[in-house]
Write a protein that binds this ligand. Sequence first.
Ligand code: K1U
Ligand code: ZN
Length: 167
Amino acid sequence: MAVLPIIHVPNDVLRQTAKPVLDVTNETRQLLDDMAETMYDAPGIGLAANQIGSLERLIVMDCGSDDAPELWQMINPEIIWSSDETAKLEEGCLSIPGHNAEVTRPAIVRARYTNIDGIEQEMEAEGLLAACIQHEIDHLNGVMFIDHLSRLKRNMMWKRVLKTARA
Ligand code: K1U
Ligand code: ZN
């Protein structure tokens, strides 16, 4: 396993759309393990492949606790149902370190994905896990959490982000 460098804004790979994984190979599993190690090392609760410079539709998440870790490794994840009810949660991003904001998203989502054995699965998420899976799938589509903010908040945050990125 390896800790990979995490890509920060501004970098074009964070704005690109990742491509579906057609075959689940040992290389896919190795990359997912490296992504998990990178997420734990950061530390974070999620990571998408774009953030380590790969354009494959792969994400990892762990919203469990130190005592009860709950690692998710997902291939080609997609949201297949979202609740009308929304929830506002504080989000951060390992690609925009030091800048957090409250984001409103569907409170409950159902997702379909392929697991590391190549088997299609479905899961339902709420709370932090729901925010996290939406945040990570957004990354695979070149979308970042700041895109969900009002134009005013987004512009203010971008100015601060670019200022610290240049410093
Ligand atoms: O994708 C990412 O950039 C990872 C991001 C995921 C995320 C956080 C919060 C809400 C939705 C999605 C992070 O992990 S930021 C770091 C973080 O949340 C954290 C860091 C240390 C301890 C606990 C959480
Ligand atoms: Zn992020």
